[in-house]
Design a protein around this ligand. Structure first.
Ligand SMILES: N[C@@H](CCC(=O)N[C@@H](CS)C(=O)NCC(=O)O)C(=O)O
Length: 229
């Protein structure tokens, strides 16, 4: 069976490319470009919800980042990059793995979506959502000051899940990370990994790393400069 990973460039499917490179498993990578902001027809043909990641393995087509990560780890990676139930950091692994799409990514999506409606950005609702998101970043920051990787001393899939939100997502909603030294040190450790470098070279060779404190240039601004929007 050949594993195929569909990656919508500048998007959260970067996690799956990165996972495959960290595991060193064979896979076919199919790149898709945004049209100009949302998914192209090629992704809609694979996923009725029109979102990436999508993986294919024989007759199977599977979506959702966390499902794809678990599937690949257990079907193709002999369980590597997951911690087993008898590992002392098993609960940490589960917590941080699910924190990424259960808490971190929804929180910034809330801020981003409300900011589109509340253009003054000063309403009590907006202030509350911002405060909540800052609290989440501070919580991660504290963890990453005491621990090299999110689940402990070992790099795991719990690290592959949240990095999109801390980096690439900031080109869609530009939050500042300057005050979070723990997170910035962590992102530096991430980009030094061979698996990460290989994934970036294959999946998004033209995209900047977005690991600085200050937010990167907005994705829509780049599209405007390229005359695509
Ligand atoms: N919870 C889903 C979210 C997937 C998702 O929102 N993907 C974005 C990429 S960042 C997408 O496909 N956007 C294009 C669109 O919605 O048209 C997952 O983790 O797989």
């Amino acid at each position: 069976m050949t594993l195929t990973v569909h990656h919508l460039q500048v998007g959260q499917s970067e996690r799956i490319v990165w996972l495959c490179e960290e595991l060193g498993i064979p896979y076919t990578l199919k790149l898709h470009q945004r049209d100009p902001v949302f998914s192209p027809q090629s992704i809609k043909d694979l996923n009725p919800l029109g979102q990436a990641p999508v993986i294919q393995d024989g007759d199977l087509t599977l979506c959702e980042s966390a499902a794809c990560v678990e599937y690949i780890i257990h079907k193709h990676g002999n369980g590597r990059l997951a911690l087993p139930p008898d590992h002392k950091n098993y609960a940490d692994y589960l917590y941080w793995f699910h924190f990424a799409n259960g808490t971190l990514q929804p929180a910034i999506l809330n801020v981003m979506q409300v900011s589109h409606v509340d253009t003054s950005k000063t309403s009590p609702a907006m202030a509350k959502l911002q405060e909540r998101f800052s609290g989440i970043l501070a919580f991660m920051d504290a963890r990453l000051k005491e621990s090299k990787w999110l689940a402990g001393e070992e790099f795991t899939a719990a690290d592959i899940m949240p990095v999109f939100t801390l980096t690439t997502m900031r080109s869609f909603y530009g939050f500042d990370l300057s005050e979070y030294e723990g997170i910035l040190g962590y992102l530096q450790r991430v980009i030094e990994r061979e698996g990460f470098k290989k994934a970036r070279a294959k999946g998004d060779p033209d995209m900047e790393l977005m690991i600085d404190g200050k937010p990167p240039k907005p994705f829509v601004q780049k599209l405007r400069e390229q005359g695509k929007l």
